[in-house]
Design a protein around this ligand. Structure first.
Ligand code: TXA
Ligand code: MG
Length: 364
């Protein structure tokens, strides 16, 4: 157990002292969690690890505290926040009612990477819901997150702890890069697990609908809610299709480089990327190739990084955002990325790749 204070030069250029503490992710030190919880109770911002991505937390019942999240991230005001709880008891006062399906899903998947949308209660400040009559709630499956919520004694509002628009943080280093000097504390609990944000499931409409695909997949949910659907905006593109989840309408998860995703048979993808990489390099561009373990050795040119193995898409989800950030560090001009099949966890992976590339997906 020890505290890390970041090097001075970083501190000089920023406006606020940010304390970075490292905790044991499996068995968080009580006194460190207590220190973080005091900040939350005092209306300050604390970034903390969850099993999906790092969150930027504030007291979710405190309008002023939660407003600071939008400023620190540069987040549009019309994008509502998720409230994080640590036990089912904490759900009741936050919502009007708990549908039967929600009970079953909570029983099966909480704590875990699924957020559910409920009718909100009057306890919830408007800034959390961006004025909507509904509220997003999740119980994260990470000892640090759960202990922090418990010790704070309030639901913690937490979006992903990145600058709005950038890839979500899966390491404390990513949070430091984006938010150092803008928040009071960063709890470093090492790498997150899933690597993509939670599934957002709306239970307030006629039919249970996934608004954002994530760690809990359509297949996982079907045995419990057989009529679960994917929001049209996840399946199709088009100007007429407005996502029901406000956050889904923004360009997101985006690296600085211009990114294109290639889909199809793996061998065709490799051929197409090799050809395009050559053309771009002849134009003098620095090219990053997001490959997979199965293909990384076949590329002829460019900076090749494997994002994981096609045999287990969880590895790809886990590494995706970090690889996007690494390409930015390497200052590539262009990223040519291999897509994955649009099924099971691949739906969430392709959703993030689509947004990261601004919709530039080529079927080969
Ligand atoms: O895994 C996660 O969910 C992470 C960790 C930190 O828990 N959090 C996260 O939060 O990804 P954020 O703010 O980056 O994404 C929340 C998503 C946005 O797309 C937002 O529009 C949607 O949830 N959302 C929140 N409240 C909603 C509501 N009442 N109705 C529809 N969508 C909502
Ligand atoms: Mg986010």
């Amino acid at each position: 157990m020890y505290n890390i204070y970041l090097e001075n030069e970083r501190r000089c250029i920023e406006s606020m002292d940010t304390k970075v503490i490292r905790v044991n992710p499996k068995n968080p030190e009580e006194e460190l969690i207590k220190e973080a919880a005091e900040l939350i109770k005092g209306g300050k911002l604390v970034a903390f690890p969850t099993e999906t991505v790092y969150g930027l937390g504030a007291n979710g019942l405190d309008e002023d505290a939660s407003s600071k999240i939008f400023i620190a991230k540069g987040r549009p005001q019309d994008n509502p926040l998720i409230l994080h709880i640590s036990s089912l008891e904490e759900l009741k006062p936050l919502v009007k009612s708990i549908p039967k399906e929600a009970e079953m899903i909570a029983e099966r998947f909480w704590p875990g990477p699924i957020t559910m949308i409920f009718e909100r209660s009057s306890l919830i400040p408007d800034v959390i819901t961006a004025g909507l009559e509904t509220v997003a709630i999740r119980m994260p499956n990470h000892p640090v997150a759960l202990d922090l919520i418990k010790a704070s004694g309030v639901p913690i509002a937490a979006p992903s702890a990145n600058t709005s628009g950038k890839p979500s943080p899966t390491l404390a280093e990513h949070v430091i890069e984006d938010l150092y000097g803008k928040i009071h504390m960063i709890i470093d609990g090492g790498a997150t697990g899933v690597g993509l944000e939670s599934t957002v499931l709306d239970l307030t409409g006629d039919r249970p609908t996934i608004l954002r695909p994530g760690g809990v997949t359509l297949e996982d949910l079907r045995p419990i809610i057989p009529d679960v659907a994917l929001d049209l905006s996840i399946i199709k593109d088009g100007e007429n299709i407005i996502p029901k989840s406000p956050g889904q309408k923004y360009r997101h998860y985006a690296p600085k480089a211009d990114m294109t995703v290639y889909c199809g048979k793996t061998e065709d993808i490799v051929k197409a990327i090799n050809k395009r990489a050559k053309e771009l390099m002849e134009e003098g561009k620095k090219v990053g190739i997001m490959a997979t373990d199965e293909t990384k050795d076949i590329y002829e040119e460019g900076i090749v990084i494997s994002v994981g193995t096609r045999k287990d898409k969880r590895t790809i989800a886990h590494n995706l955002f970090n690889v996007l950030r690494v390409f930015d560090e390497k200052k590539v001009h262009v990223i040519l990325a291999e897509g994955v099949e649009f099924e099971d966890l691949g739906i969430a992976i392709m959703n993030r790749m689509k947004k990261a590339s601004g919709g530039k997906i080529i079927d080969v």
